[in-house]
Design a binder for this molecule. Sequence first.
Ligand SMILES: C[S@@+](CC[C@H](N)C(=O)[O-])C[C@H]1O[C@@H](n2cnc3c(N)ncnc32)[C@H](O)[C@@H]1O
Length: 464
Amino acid sequence: MGVKKGQELTVEVTDLAFGGRGLVRVDGMAVFVDQAVPGDRVLARVVRKKRRYAEARTIEVLEPSADRVKAPCPYSGTCGGCKWQFLSYDRQLAYKRQQVSGALRHIGLMDGVPVHTTLPSERIFGYRNKMEFSCSDRRWLLREELENKEISRDFALGLHVPGTFHKVLDTRACLLQPEAGNRILDNVREKMKTSGLPPYGLRSHEGFWRFLVLRHSVAKDRWLVNLVTAGEETGVLTTMAGELMEEHSEIVAVVNNVTARKAAVAFGEYEVPLAGANCLVDRIGRHHFGISANSFFQTNTRGAERLYGVVRDYAALKGTETVFDLYSGIGTIAIHLAEACRRVVGLEIVESAVSDAVDNCRRNGIDNCRFVQGDIAESLSGIRERPDLLVIDPPRAGMHKKVLRLILELNVDRIVYVSCNPGTLARDLGVLAEQYAVREVQPVDMFPHTYHIEAVARLERRRG
Ligand SMILES: C[S@@+](CC[C@H](N)C(=O)[O-])C[C@H]1O[C@@H](n2cnc3c(N)ncnc32)[C@H](O)[C@@H]1O
């Protein structure tokens, strides 16, 4: 008997698949079960059926795995912000390591690479320094809210139901951000609702309020508020910014990103400063960094310190080396390595990130880094210096094939590869394995309660 869409199954989950879902075999077919982990016996409904596999959603946990804990957040199970709150932190760390070594074996086709125990996050709640909340003209209700007729359904500011673009919860508080962020979130919600301007319709593409982005400096305990809107309303926004600065002494900057694009990205075509400064300053280790509304910065500041510590150890610099920092962002890795080597050349596509990197070097009194702006696929071959070490930290999609070829042509002895996606890490290491041995991999948990994991790999060129 085959598995059918809509069918309800009672299953005992035996394994964990990529992406953090439970896995079980039913009549020989792999069934991925959302919101379930090994050891759970659940009632699940099949929501998708393909030729080789099916996907199911947990309806009820009949017998919980011994690894389950009570999730402290009321949105757990409905919200896509974090999906593993119900799993003990020790287990999360073990599964993350398993995801990295599984990817190396199955995607990279590499056996025997030592994958160390996951380094934990110092904080497992309140660790995120950046949160993006979406606005919607239709609020998605929790199961227990469905009967409550008092709840108005025409406004939401919050996080999405996983895998959906239009189902937005009205998130009153998110445990992943520090408490002050929740007070700001609540206040902004009230101000948006009473502003007389409509929230953006995610289907109609009409309306004004699009996103609220909050950024936090851990070192200074200060906040940047970014109001992302579909147009300009200088009067309303300036008044609101002034009130927010007055009502929350921890806010030091309020900016407005304006975007007319339909794509659901909390990024403006241009930015209007509204009140206070236009960036935050945070610290990783002993270095300070300026962070503007749209620049990339690791979302777990204390975790970043740990991550860059691993990068520094794996780089094992002696002081004479030229290092290329590929995908250098605002220069955080370059600056962490600069004092231990002769020079660093950073390569980065985003113009504002490059100018932030230059400012950050100045801020930290570092004068042996330079940054080249452009797509690495084009810029890498134009650099005159010869590197002794490559540090590579690409986005989730990993490296373009052309960049991988260019890297193989560079003939460097050592590479340190930092990745936030075990799948693309394994794929890229599989290509580099033509010339390099992967000596070790260190997973670092930057994202507690999600299945995401950062990992650092140390590669050495094969001899002979
Ligand atoms: C994961 S971030 C790493 C940033 C930095 N290493 C850090 O730790 O903060 C990836 C960076 O790659 C940049 N990027 C993405 N595609 C690129 C490309 N084709 N060429 C150069 N840089 C690129 C992004 O703008 C982003 O700053």
